[in-house]
Ligand binder design. Structure first.
Ligand code: CTP
Length: 392
């Protein structure tokens, strides 16, 4: 049984919070509800109390409650706080650290994991302000689900619908299952993103890696208590909570940063390191001149993964990534042996997945292959973090 504190925000999807309470109770969880002023326009405290079989809390200024159960205790006595529906306004106030009602005060006073199931109009969800707030919450360690896509109560269509109750339940079960200390005391290096290899002061060789997978892995490892050194190429992503980040540009910088971060119990090399760099970086911008292409001499970059595989301080568990478009498993097995990695996570990039949020990956180890079909990058990260915790 998990003690869940459910914060019901003010949106039309609030009625689905009732469905969620029933599903949570049926799954054996205890539910306590906090109803915001906005939420009370859509569902009544009476309904929530009847479904949860618990008193519903609505105000910060209830002296009796402060005497019997202060708002701090209310949040700390929960194993998980679920915000459903998470409206644009509630998400914005959470991101800004506002504490002007019972819900936001509880959220600011707690160190309990928080899950937000957002629901709002599609334009509100897509608005840069909301996206900024969601990114900030995620980087603070709050689990903000992606909303569902589809027809909305307001007649518009797109992302913004409350995730279906079974999806919220699955997310709650997953958060409950995560052991927050399974990697405590371990140091893990993660490389992520592309590298940029300069040609002249304004041009560089790069690739389309977004860094999302590596950042999600760093977050999942840190949430299990690991000390994570995230060595990131040039990407525009927030630093996950409790992760130490080192920003680098070139493959040489990345190799050096990995070297400095050693020793480690494990290293997860997710970065799409450029294989080549310009042999001579032009000090001035190259001119197109008479139309003949400028001579561009390339030389090989150091293979960071293969180098640390043969280092005296080799981490006990060394994991490489491989993006393949064909013969995925064959190439991944060969790469595992060639580079001296323990595991390769083979990424099937035959579709258009680079930079996207979902992935089909195969975990290739000496023992065989495990395939994870079409999972969001965050779930790939969670599963990999669980496997790493089992292995260390
Ligand atoms: N890697 C590295 N340093 C490099 C190149 C790659 O550490 N200079 C790591 C990547 O982080 C990743 C794995 O090696 O974990 C990918 O290997 P790589 O040979 O680069 O894969 P591909 O580019 O897919 O190789 P190929 O050209 O053989 O398909």
């Amino acid at each position: 049984m998990t003690r869940i504190l459910l914060i019901v925000g003010g949106g039309i999807a609030a009625y689905k919070a009732c469905e969620l309470i029933r599903a949570l109770r049926a799954a054996g969880h205890e539910v306590r509800c906090v109803l915001t002023e906005g939420g009370a326009h859509f569902v009544t405290a009476m309904t929530l109390a009847a479904l949860s079989e618990n008193k519903v809390h609505t105000t910060l200024w209830d002296l009796k409650d402060e005497a019997e159960m202060g708002h701090i205790r209310l949040s700390r006595e929960a194993d998980l706080i679920v915000v459903c529906p998470g409206t644009a306004d509630l998400i914005a106030r959470m991101a800004a650290g506002v504490a002007d009602d019972l819900a936001t005060t509880l959220l600011l006073a707690t160190d309990t994991p928080v899950l937000v199931a957002p629901a709002m109009n599609v334009r509100m969800w897509l608005h840069p302000a909301t996206q900024r707030n969601v990114a900030r919450l995620r980087s603070d360690g709050v689990r903000v689900m992606d909303p569902d896509d589809g027809a909305m109560a307001c007649g518009e269509f797109g992302p913004g619908r409350l995730p279906e109750v079974p999806r919220i339940l699955a997310e709650i079960n997953r958060l409950n299952a995560a052991d927050h200390s399974s990697l405590s005391g371990r140091h893990i290096i993660v490389t992520a993103g592309p590298t940029h290899e300069p040609i002249d002061p304004v041009r560089y060789i790069a690739n389309r890696s977004s860094g999302k997978q590596g950042f999600a892995i760093a977050a999942a490892l840190a949430s299990r208590g690991a000390r994570v050194s995230l060595i990131a190429g040039p990407v525009d992503l927030p630093t996950p909570a409790r992760v130490t980040r080192y920003d680098v540009v070139t493959a040489q910088d990345m190799a050096l940063a990995v070297e400095v971060a050693l020793p480690a119990d494990a290293a997860v090399m997710v970065a799409a390191v450029a294989d080549w760099r310009a042999a001579d970086v032009a000090p001035q911008k190259l001119k197109k001149g008479d139309g003949a292409p400028p001579p561009l001499q390339l030389e090989r970059n150091v293979d960071i993964l293969a180098t640390i595989a043969h280092d005296a301080r080799r981490p006990r568990l060394l994991i490489g990534f491989a993006a393949e478009t064909e013969q995925v498993l064959e190439h991944a097995q060969a790469k595992r042996r060639r580079k001296g990695a323990d595991w390769i996570v083979a990424n099937d990039v035959s579709g258009d997945v680079m930079g996207g949020d979902a992935n089909t990956v195969h975990l290739v180890t000496a023992a065989g292959v495990e395939s994870w079909e079409h999972l969001p990058k965050t779930l790939v990260a969670e599963r990999l973090a669980d496997r790493i915790a089992d292995a260390l």
